[in-house]
Design a protein around this ligand. Structure first.
Ligand SMILES: Nc1ncnc2c1ncn2[C@@H]1O[C@H](COP(=O)(O)OP(=O)(O)OP(=O)(O)O)[C@@H](O)[C@H]1O
Ligand SMILES: [Mg+2]
Length: 299
């Protein structure tokens, strides 16, 4: 019997062989989560991803939020692509995810955002109704395939509810960044989240607590919140509503506007998970912003 492979199929086979080499490399899966909506998950996820990508790391954002906002934040045209395309594929054929062609479907669903020094790839979220159809298994497989595609940094944005897709991402996480705003509701929800994490067997060592929208004299002290939650805070990002909103409305990523405390905190945070800056680069023009808090407690 003569089997006629088209050039297309041969190309996919070649890329699969290549991918196996990649699968042996180190990949970092950073899941950004919080126990309360609006605590800055998407802002943090996107600004970390932009930094890694612009430093040349192969980076992808997987937007698993119910109301995914990464596509909008980057003003990305994504019609017919993103997770919507993947979910439609799985609706038509639930076994498609086990097919050797799935990697190619995933590649086609990814949208790239050009950057100086690289590009940021994104798998944008589908509509809320569609997102609800994404199973735990599918999410785990998507993350594995992204690893096999050679992404060094896989940043997962989530919603605050614990859905099946969120558990899938938590299962695959190298680290879980938990964003906490300094208010009692968020702190209390985060305490309760620790119980949920225990019941779904999320390892405590993976959890990194990050204070966001931390304002002088406003809200509760992070040390007190850390005691309440039972985990020390690794880092804090200050509150700067005017700056963050103005940049968001202009569509300018926060991280590319130098000389403000929020961007510096985000740079320190990026370096905490994966070193991309020298200490000198972190210091900025106006002296060191590196918080003693971060050095003392985490390193
Ligand atoms: N450090 C900060 N200072 C001031 N504003 C901030 C800061 N971080 C985030 N914000 C603003 O807070 C709002 C919520 O942020 P974001 O959308 O990132 O939260 P989220 O946790 O992803 O929300 P959701 O749960 O709805 O997905 C946005 O308007 C964002 O611009
Ligand atoms: Mg969000």
């Amino acid at each position: 019997m003569v089997v006629d492979f088209s050039e297309d199929i041969l190309e996919t086979c070649r890329s699969l062989v290549l991918d196996e080499d990649y699968a042996n490399q180190n990949n970092y899966v950073l899941v950004v989560h919080s126990a309360k909506g609006g605590s800055g998950k998407s802002t943090i996820a996107l600004n970390l991803a932009l930094q890694y990508a612009s430093k040349g790391l192969q980076t992808v954002v997987l937007d698993l939020a119910m109301y995914g906002s990464i596509g909008a934040m980057l003003k990305m045209p994504h019609r017919g692509r993103g997770l919507a395309a993947i979910i439609t594929l799985l609706e038509e054929d639930e076994h498609a995810i086990r097919s050797w062609k799935f990697g190619e479907h995933l590649r086609r669903a990814i949208v790239s955002h050009p950057l100086q020094g690289g590009k940021l790839d994104v798998l944008v979220a589908a509509t809320p109704v569609k997102m609800d159809k994404l199973s735990l298994d599918s999410v785990e497989t998507i993350i594995e395939v992204l690893k096999a595609h050679g992404y060094q940094m896989i940043i997962v944005d989530t919603s605050s509810e614990i859905s099946a897709r969120c558990i899938g991402a938590l299962n695959k996480a190298t680290k879980i960044l938990l964003a906490v705003t300094p208010d009692m509701t968020c702190a209390w929800n985060t305490v309760q989240l620790q119980d949920i994490f225990k019941s779904i067997m999320v390892e405590r060592e993976k959890v990194v607590l990050v204070g966001n929208r931390v304002g002088e004299g406003l809200g509760l002290k992070l040390e007190e919140l850390g005691e309440l939650i039972g985990i020390d805070f690794a880092a804090e990002i200050p509150e700067d509503y005017r700056l963050v909103q103005a940049l968001a409305n202009q569509g300018t990523p926060l991280i590319f506007r130098d000389g403000n405390a929020v961007s510096l905190a985000l740079k320190e945070l990026a370096n905490f998970f994966y070193p991309i800056y020298t200490q000198q680069q972190l210091r900025g023009k106006s002296g060191s912003f590196i918080s003693d808090f971060l050095r003392k407690r985490v390193r």
